[in-house]
Design a protein around this ligand. Structure first.
Ligand SMILES: [Zn+2]
Length: 225
């Protein structure tokens, strides 16, 4: 039976709702209802690293550290479902050549090389947001302009985040980011929440909320792939 994407979203969201109501561990819901992914390659890119910590939360959270935690948790779930996961970085270090004059450029070029070598079905880049207005909140998903597959995947992730993590009801947006533009592979960038919002920074650091966000990204990927 061929289910439409909308129908699949409905089923997954219904399962999530039932699981939450029943107090069941939600991590098993999609895994058990989907076939193994037979080694499809997904690149997980944890933003920043090394001397580039990214945003700093009002309570001192370093973005590069929390990106790595979320990215590793997502990689574990995807691997358990049969994907072959390639991570652009697995530790706190950046990817730049220490002798490079422009370390940011060197870092991003290395990420591009890893993506091209991996020849992935999907690239997912994990970041945390920051904004001068402290009340800004919620997760935002981005795709490259013209990347129709990326748009579809970004919306599946965004809508799961909206439903499950209480993100404001919105669609994914076009984003002009190097990691999206550096290849022609289907790519999504997820800003998981705002470190500039004191309440959201605390939430993002809690294991329970991390599990919800990671699960939402994972569920969106499972719907897409
Ligand atoms: Zn970032």
């Amino acid at each position: 039976m061929n289910l439409s994407k909308k129908c699949k979203i409905g089923i997954v969201l219904f399962c999530l709702f039932v699981a939450v109501c029943a107090g069941i561990c939600v991590t098993s819901v999609v895994q058990t209802s989907s076939a193994p992914k037979n080694g499809q390659v997904i690149v997980i890119d944890c933003g920043h690293g090394g001397r580039d910590g990214g945003s700093v939360g009002v309570g001192g959270t370093i973005e590069s550290d929390i990106n790595l935690r979320y990215g590793k948790a997502l990689a574990d779930k995807l691997s358990a479902s049969g994907f072959r996961v390639v991570m652009t970085r697995k530790d706190e270090n950046g990817l730049y050549d220490v002798n490079a004059k422009n370390k940011k450029l060197s870092d991003m070029q290395k990420r591009m090389e890893i993506i091209k070598q991996a020849n992935p079905a999907l690239v997912v880049s994990i970041h945390m947001n920051s904004f001068p207005l402290k009340t800004a909140s919620g997760a935002n998903c981005y795709f490259r302009k013209g990347d129709k597959q990326g748009e579809q995947c970004a919306n599946l992730i965004q809508h799961t985040l909206n439903a499950y993590c209480g993100a404001p009801n919105k669609d994914a947006r076009v984003g002009d980011y190097y990691i999206l533009n550096c290849s022609y592979y289907t790519s999504v960038l997820v800003e998981c929440g705002f470190l500039s919002n004191p309440e959201e920074e605390k939430l993002l650091n809690s294991p329970e909320y991390q599990q919800k966000v990671v699960y939402s990204i994972y569920a969106g990927i499972m719907l897409y792939c």
